[in-house]
Design a protein around this ligand. Structure first.
Ligand SMILES: [Zn+2]
Length: 327
């Protein structure tokens, strides 16, 4: 990852230029999820340590090779040990120790913290002191999808660089160049236009499942399929958070169509199906289903039984139907 993604090339150029004129020692790179903030930060870290003089890291010098191997002595990467785990104070103490030593290579020392909002309060406080006096030729890169969750005192000590989202067209072109082919557009729609998430989804069966899901939802509303049966199928696919997001997109599309919106739908190809569903359901109850869907992450963390959760969800969806009854 020696280069930023195409939609970040301009801000990368501007940042490098600003840094060359007046080096900053702490940068807060904020970027929406799935739009390549980590790639940007890694490209920047590698460029800072690279021995070449091109605009981006050369990728082949000794320094670049060590960064890629994760063994560069002047580069420290701080990440959570588990995907959802916090970054704790012990990890930040490593940063303090790292910056207490002299650089072994090029002169610069680069610390990358990703995602920065995962630092717990003790960790963030421990980092504060370092941010006040980081030392000579030190670059701290904090990457965050939700910079608002960082301590205000931490934010104020960093130079903020908001990284733009990719446009749908940029993201689609990028996916096509990676060989996503016909999968590019449906994956991107499922990913709410986030290219890196779309890249991940393009390699799964989720884009093909969308039509099945819409037809399942219609069957639930019509009372033609058993709630338990649908819930069992959903569970069999695994990855409930992806399913919950797709269902949330369905509810959002129904809400849009309910107020006769024709633009901004996640999946406009189902407009007619949505209108048919809306003719038989109580739209006032849609919000309740949507709220349930967006709390799944929290519910799963609270050890909720997934099977039961999906069954309740399918029942709530069936009960959206005006034909209601005791189902
Ligand atoms: Zn290099």
């Amino acid at each position: 990852m020696s280069r930023p993604l195409p939609w970040h090339e301009e801000v990368y150029r501007q940042l490098r230029q600003a840094h060359a004129q007046r080096p900053a020692h702490a940068l807060l790179l904020s970027c929406p999820a799935g739009h390549g903030g980590s790639t940007f930060a890694r490209a920047l870290a590698m460029r800072q340590l690279c021995r070449g003089d091109a605009a981006t890291a050369c990728g082949v010098c000794r320094s670049c090779q060590l960064v890629q191997a994760g063994t560069h002595p002047d580069h420290l990467l701080l990440q959570p040990e588990e995907p959802e785990a916090p970054i704790k104070v012990d990890a930040v103490r490593k940063v303090v120790a790292f910056l207490g030593q002299k650089a072994q290579f090029s002169g610069w020392r680069v610390v990358l913290i990703d995602p920065a909002e995962r630092m717990n309060v003790q960790a963030a406080n421990a980092l504060l002191k370092t941010l006040e006096e980081p030392g000579e030729q030190v670059l701290l890169l904090l990457v965050s999808e939700r910079p608002g969750e960082l301590l205000a005192t931490l934010r104020s000590r960093c130079q903020l660089w908001p990284l733009p989202r990719a446009s749908f067209a940029q993201a689609e072109a990028w996916l096509a160049a990676l060989g996503a082919g016909a999968q590019a557009q449906p994956s991107l729609r499922l990913a709410r236009s986030a290219p890196l998430r779309a890249q991940m989804l393009a390699e799964t069966a989720w884009p093909q499942r969308l039509a099945t899901i819409v037809s399942d939802l219609q069957s639930l509303l019509d009372g033609h399929r058993e709630v338990l049966n649908v819930a069992a199928q959903w569970k069999s696919w695994g990855e409930p958070l992806i399913l919950a997001d797709i269902l949330a997109q369905w509810v959002e599309d129904l809400m849009s169509r309910h107020v006769r919106r024709t633009t901004g739908l996640h999946h406009p190809e189902f407009s007619m199906a949505y209108d048919r569903m809306l003719s038989g359901l109580d739209a006032a109850k849609l919000h309740g289903v949507w709220q349930k869907l967006i709390t799944l992450t929290r519910d799963l963390a609270g050890n909720v039984q997934l099977q039961l959760w999906l069954e309740t969800l399918a029942l709530d969806i069936a009960r959206l139907s005006r034909r209601g009854g005791s189902r």
